[in-house]
Design a protein around this ligand. Sequence first.
Ligand code: DUC
Ligand code: ZN
Ligand code: ZN
Length: 475
Amino acid sequence: GTLITAEQSWQADVYCENGLIKAIGKDLDVPAQAEIIDATGQFVMPGGIDPHTHMQLPFMGTVASEDFFTGTAAGLAGGTTMIIDFVIPNPQQGLMDAYKMWRSWSQKSCSNYSFHVAVTWWDETVYQDMGTLVKEEGVNSFKHFMAYKNAIMADDEVLYNSFSRALELGAIVTAHAENGELVYQLQRKLLEMGLTGPEAHPLSRPPAAEAEAANRAIKLAEVIGIPLYLVHVSTKDALDEITRARSNGQRVYGECLAGHLLIDDSVYQHPDFEFAAAHVMSPPFRSKEHQQALWKGLQSGNLQTTATDHCCFCAEQKAAGKDNFTLIPNGTAGVEDRMTMLWTHGVNTGRLTAEEFVAITSTNTAKIFNIYPRKGSIQIGADADIVIWDPEATKVISKNTHHQNIDFNIFEGRTVKGLPSHTICNGKLLYVDGDLRAETGSGTYIKRPAFPAAFSALQKIANQNKPQTVDRGKK
Ligand code: DUC
Ligand code: ZN
Ligand code: ZN
C-alpha cells in the first residue's frame, strides 16, 4: 500500500512481528506463514490516537454508558488504536486511590490506553501522589478543570500548586478552560429568567468564559514556566490566546474536537428536548465562525491535535435535566467517527493533506505526550498500531449501525468517504471490513515517561532569570 506518515508518503510493504514493526521496504521477503494484507490502492497510516475520552465516567449523578471495552472496540472500528482517558478524583479523594479505580475499570480495554490524572483539590498527599504517578505509573500529564464549580473545579491556588509540582516532575499540564464562576452565575441567572431548556446551555458558557480561562491558564503557565495543553478549544477567542502565546515563544498546545469542527450551535434550538439535550456538552457547540477558525487553527499548526471528548449519556440519562438544563449530563460521543469525519471534511475538501491528517490524528499527540515514535509513527521498532485506509469507501453514519454504546449519534445521517478497511493494534488484526474482532482485556496500558530534556531547558531559562537581591551596602 501507500504508507503515509506525518512527514511523507511512499509505496512499501510493512512487516510486523510480535506486536512491532520489524521491516519496511519494497517487495519484502516475509516468512511463509505470515498473513498478508494486500493494501493496493489504500493508505497505510499510524493508528489514530484519541487523547481525550471519558469511558464509564461517573459524572453529574450518573455514569457514562460506554465502558472501556465497548469504547475501545468502537475506536478500533473507526481506526483508533489508542485512547488517553482521564482519572478524575472526587474532591478529597486521593489521586492514587482514584487512579487505581480507573485502572481496574480499564482492564477491559481492547486497544492501547493511558491516563491523564486530574488535580481537583490540593494538599500534601496530592503533591506526593503526583510524584508517584509520574515516577512509578507512567503518567506525564495532569488535567485541570477550570469549570464545574462545587464539584471538580480547580481554583487558581490549585492551579498554581499543581503546575509548580508538575514542573518539578517533568510532566505537562492540561486544562479545560472555562471560567467556572462565570458559568455558575450565568446558569443561576438564566434559570431565574425561566430559561430552563437546553437552549440556555450555550448562553451559560459564552466564548468569553473560555477565552478568559484560556488566557489565565496560559499566563499561569508562562510565569511558572511549564508547557500547557488546552483541551477542546472551541472558540476563535481561545485560539487567539494560544496563537499569541505561541508567537511569543511559549510552549502552549491546543486540541480541538471533531464535533466542534463540524456541528454548530443551532442544535440547541431544536424543538425536541431529546435532540437538543443529546448535544449538551461543555464547551458547547459554537457558531459557524468559530468552526472556521478552528479549521484554520489546524491548518496553521496553532492547534496540533484532534480528539472527541467521547463521553456517552443515553436519552434516559439526559432526561435528568428535563426541567433544568444545568442537570443534563454533559457529554457527546465520537471515538468511532473522528478519523472518518476528519478525512471527509479535512482531506477530501483540500483543507488538510493526508500527511497533515496523520499529524493531527496521531503523531502530534504522540509527540506532545512523549510516546513518539513508539506510537504515532510507522517505522522499524515502533508498535504495530496501523490503520489501512480505503479512501474510496463510503457509509452513512448512524446510531443504528455504530458500535458506540449510546442511542444517539451527533453525526447521524452524514455521508463519509474514507474509512478503515483494517485496524491492527499491537500487531493483531482486530477490525477487517466490518468484522470487529476485539477481545475484552486484550488492550495494553501505555506508560508515558516524563520529559527530562525539554524541562531541563526550561529550568535553565528559569535559573538564568532568578531574581537577585539588591546589595545596598552596610549602611
Ligand atoms: N465536558 C463534557 O461535555 N463532558 C465531560 C467533561 C467535560 O468537560
Ligand atoms: Zn472538558
Ligand atoms: Zn473531557
